[in-house]
Ligand binder design. Structure first.
Ligand code: IPE
Ligand code: IPE
Ligand code: MG
Length: 253
């Protein structure tokens, strides 16, 4: 007689899942989620924050060490100012309302992206959040905000060129480690899985350098509908992938 409990089924699912070391998430489809319900796009962004909370809970629960979420791209400035302002306000509200919970759950928060031209009060909030959570030993939650992969690489090149001009580094000594160390993500492992919701199949300037060998999983659901079912489905797809890193045999990562 089959009497497996939900907990046993759960445990069985987990055993066969390969857990990524660093999960990147392109949270897309907030606007479409709202519009399909006859609501303003901003409602979609609000619902998107609830999905971020759910993602954080799932990442902790399944033991994923690093999660990077794409919250606002350097190209999202092309949107109407009201929507841009709303998204910036959401970052503030998320930090204000969730910081205590994040700290209680040992989450370390890092915010990557350009800080140039950001409002001084937002800058202070970002720095405070990073400082208050820096010693937390749990999940590392990276928020890519005002982030663009090309801008990040250009910024790294500028920093390295400055070091060369000051005679601190010889041009011949520049290697992949030098570049990686000059990116916003210095010290973080590369993502091994990047998922994107809403059915779009592109990278949209997310972790261009770091995602060189990431597995890409595209999910049909819009971001606000993201839940454990979608999360497990993405991990199952990741588990089934054969990661070769340029070699011929399947490699254990
Ligand atoms: C993702 O949802 C959130 C951000 C890019 C800030 P969108 O706002 O891109 O939603 P769609 O893609 O227009 O539906
Ligand atoms: C990517 O989504 C950026 C974020 C999820 C923050 P977009 O909705 O901006 O990407 P495109 O415009 O469809 O490529
Ligand atoms: Mg979009």
């Amino acid at each position: 007689m089959s009497t497996t409990t939900a907990i046993e089924r759960d445990a069985a699912t987990r055993v066969r899942l390969r857990i990524p070391n660093h999960l990147g998430v392109i949270m897309d489809g907030n606007g479409r989620w709202a519009l399909s319900r006859g609501r303003p796009r901003t409602d979609g962004h609000l619902a998107g924050v609830r999905a971020v909370r759910q993602l954080v809970r799932l990442a902790i629960d399944y033991g994923i060490p690093y999660v990077t979420v794409f919250g606002f791209s350097s190209e999202n400035w092309r949107r109407p100012p009201d929507e841009v302002n709303f998204i910036f306000g959401l970052l503030r509200r998320f930090v204000a309302s969730d910081l205590e919970t994040l700290i209680r759950n040992n989450v370390q928060v890092r915010i990557i992206g350009s800080r140039e031209g950001l409002d001084p009060s937002l800058l202070r909030l970002i720095e405070d959040t990073e400082r208050k959570t820096a010693a937390n030993p749990g999940l590392v939650l990276v928020i890519a905000f005002n982030y663009g992969g090309k801008a990040e690489i250009a910024n790294a090149v500028r920093r390295i060129a400055g070091a060369v001009a000051r005679g601190e580094i010889a041009p011949e000594a520049i290697n992949e480690e030098t570049v990686a160390a000059a990116l916003y993500t210095a010290g973080l492992p590369d993502p091994d899985l990047i998922i994107r919701t809403s059915g779009e199949q592109r990278i949209s300037n997310f972790l261009l350098w770091q995602g060189a060998y990431a597995e890409l999983v595209f999910i049909r659901d819009n971001w606000p509908d993201f839940d454990e079912r979608t999360f497990v489905a993405a991990l199952e797809e990741f588990t089934a992938r054969d990661r070769r890193f340029g070699a011929v045999e399947a490699q254990v990562s």
